[in-house]
Design a binder for this molecule. Structure first.
Ligand code: ATP
Ligand code: MG
Length: 205
């Protein structure tokens, strides 16, 4: 197991996690996202992000977590819980007792409006990816963690994701991406953390 890994996630900055298959990128990303307990070391949320919930994201309640850190899984199906695209998008806002206006915006923005009544499992790979990003964004998290978001996407979805994430960065969201896509990490900018190699670059300052 690789040790001595450190990364900082900063508002309005991108952090890209790279490395070969099996290097631990997904495990590291899920740990940063508060979904896995650290095997070693700790994840500490700054006071501005924790906002009274405590410094350890793994101990946050589901409601506290989704409003702070949103995770887009490597396999989109792993996060689908509802029977339709619309209900899937409503999960976050309903759970947080927030308005659902954002859902219409996301449906349009991610070209899912004609699929509102469809079962998420019946969507194409690109549509599933766009839905998985949209459901997480519906909760307005301050930190977004995406595991291989551009894998298998066509150039249109790729460009839409890149421009949407760039806007979110400009608006102050922290964007952590696990990716093998060098063009994508170049567009997002920020810092790179390379796992599975001795050539470790530091995380964002
Ligand atoms: N509980 C565990 N105990 C030991 N090893 C584990 C455990 N859970 C996962 N692993 C191993 O940790 C390694 C890292 O897995 P992970 O999914 O994080 O890699 P990855 O870098 O995301 O790979 P990929 O590029 O294929 O998605 C894998 O080899 C996996 O089998
Ligand atoms: Mg992985």
């Amino acid at each position: 197991m690789q040790s001595g890994i450190a990364a900082s996630v900063t508002a309005g900055r991108a952090l890209t996690i790279t490395g070969p298959n099996g290097a631990g990128k997904s495990t590291f990303a899920l740990t940063l996202a508060g979904l896995l307990a650290p095997v070693e070391g700790r994840v500490s949320a700054a006071a501005g992000l924790a906002a009274g919930a405590g410094a350890d994201p793994f101990r946050w309640k589901a409601k506290q977590l989704i409003a702070r850190i949103g995770t887009v899984f490597q396999e989109p199906e792993h996060q689908f819980v509802a029977g339709s695209v619309l209900d899937e998008l409503m999960v976050g806002p309903r759970h947080l007792r927030r308005g659902t206006e954002v859902v219409d915006e996301l449906l349009a923005r991610l070209r899912l409006d004609h699929l509102a009544e469809a079962n998420p499992y019946t969507l194409s790979g690109g549509e599933k990816r766009r839905l998985s990003v949209a459901t997480v964004l519906a909760a307005h998290p301050k930190v977004l963690v995406l595991d291989e978001p551009t894998f298998g996407q066509d150039s249109r979805t790729w460009a839409e994701l890149a421009s949407f994430l760039t806007e979110l960065l400009d608006a102050g969201t922290a964007v952590v991406s696990v990716t093998h896509d060098e063009e994508f990490s170049a567009v997002l900018g920020g810092a790179e953390l390379r796992l599975g190699s001795t050539r470790l670059k530091a995380g964002a300052a």
